[in-house]
Design a protein around this ligand. Structure first.
Ligand SMILES: NC(=O)c1ccc[n+]([C@@H]2O[C@H](COP(=O)([O-])OP(=O)(O)OC[C@H]3O[C@@H](n4cnc5c(N)ncnc54)[C@H](O)[C@@H]3O)[C@@H](O)[C@H]2O)c1
Length: 327
């Protein structure tokens, strides 16, 4: 059985990745629980959770012991997972946590003979680039969060030039939604936040008129894309792939779809957009690269994904209560 270390694996995307792969792989999850929740992980003999910090080689080594001294794949989801975490006093910590966890995990993976290192980049790198967003576009990261992901990508290219034996593959996720986001609270995807509001009969808060769009992508399809890269027999070197559904949906349409799934009719509360600069009005990805090279085929429609989210609502676990708190 092949072995995977997942850093940040008790978080939203990482826990979905672990739970989906628990039958076929021996998995160790390393997470500080800064935002994650152990209970996101299924109880299964093939999943071991270790509370610890990917910035610390000693904590990474503790994972190696549980993995029996070797590792096949390292999937890096740890780090500082959104821009607001860099605000105010979060600035130095945000950078340190993002960069230190990445470089230490990368080194650890190579030194322990991992075949592939797979990591989360972000579509935020594209800022307001022309649509559709495509990997060949020049990017100018618009905020600290996106800068750290740009560093990951540039670092991977340099690192792979020196150590070509380990593939290093990054993924520019679009707007990811799905189960296990409750512990992210105010940092969660808009679909989760709107669902938590409507589930409590509160009005979801929308900046502007709700016509802005995002490429909402179900977490199962994110797992599919990463898995295709992980299991591909192609030598990928250092590369980056978009993962998205490849289409844009407005916030108004999301609220409508949620109301339909809940059987409710709660209207949004529209407020003036407080983000004056570089607000992303529209987003959707060109996914032809990952389709052509890895055979990616997004399989979860928004309708099905949103119904699943509503059917599995865990309101009692939400860390913060309303999308009024933060956007
Ligand atoms: N969710 C999205 O829409 C989205 C979009 C683009 C990129 N991403 C990226 O994907 C990755 C996973 O995102 P997510 O939504 O699951 O975020 P998340 O915050 O739920 O997961 C990250 C996990 O990493 C843990 N963590 C943070 N620093 C750590 C460290 N030093 N050592 C060990 N664990 C640490 C946190 O406790 C958390 O459980 C992040 O890197 C994020 O930037 C997410």
């Amino acid at each position: 059985m092949k072995k995977i270390l997942i850093t940040g694996g008790a978080g939203f995307i990482g826990s979905n990745f672990a739970n989906i792969h628990k039958e076929e792989y021996k998995i160790v999850v390393l997470d500080t629980l800064f935002l994650g929740d152990k209970e996101n992980l299924d109880e299964h003999e093939n999943i071991t959770f270790i509370e610890g910090d990917a910035c610390l080689p000693s904590d990474l080594d503790a994972c190696l012991e549980v993995l029996g001294g070797s590792v096949d794949f390292v999937v890096h989801f740890a780090g500082t997972s959104s821009q607001p975490m860099f605000n105010g006093d979060g600035f130095a910590w945000g950078y340190t946590n993002a960069i230190s966890s990445f470089v230490h995990t990368l080194e650890w993976a190579r030194k322990n003979g991992a075949q592939k290192f797979l990591y989360a980049s972000t579509s935020s790198l594209y800022a307001n680039n022309p649509l559709p967003l495509v990997e060949t576009q020049v990017v100018a990261p618009p905020n600290h969060y996106a800068v750290t992901k740009h560093v990951y990508e540039e670092c991977s290219t340099c690192y792979n030039a020196v150590y070509p034996e380990m593939d290093i593959i990054g993924f520019r996720f679009m707007s990811v939604y799905g189960p296990n986001e409750e512990a992210k609270g105010v940092y969660a995807n808009l679909i989760s936040q709107f669902a938590w509001d409507i589930g409590r009969d509160l009005q979801p808060v929308i900046y502007g008129d709700g016509t802005q769009t995002r490429d909402f992508t179900n977490v199962k399809d994110v797992v599919q894309g990463i898995t295709l890269a992980m299991t591909s027999s192609k030598k990928l070197g250092a590369d980056v792939f978009n993962i998205g559904l490849g289409k844009s949906t407005s916030l108004n349409d999301i609220v409508d779809a949620l109301n339909k799934a809940f059987g409710k009719n709660i209207t949004p509360k529209y407020i003036e957009n407080p983000i004056k600069e570089a607000y992303i009005q529209d987003q959707y990805a060109d996914i032809s690269k990952i389709q052509n090279i890895l055979g990616f085929n997004p399989s979860v429609s928004l309708e099905v994904g949103i119904q699943d989210q509503v059917d599995n609502l865990r309101l009692e676990k939400v860390r913060k209560t309303s999308s009024d708190d933060f956007r």
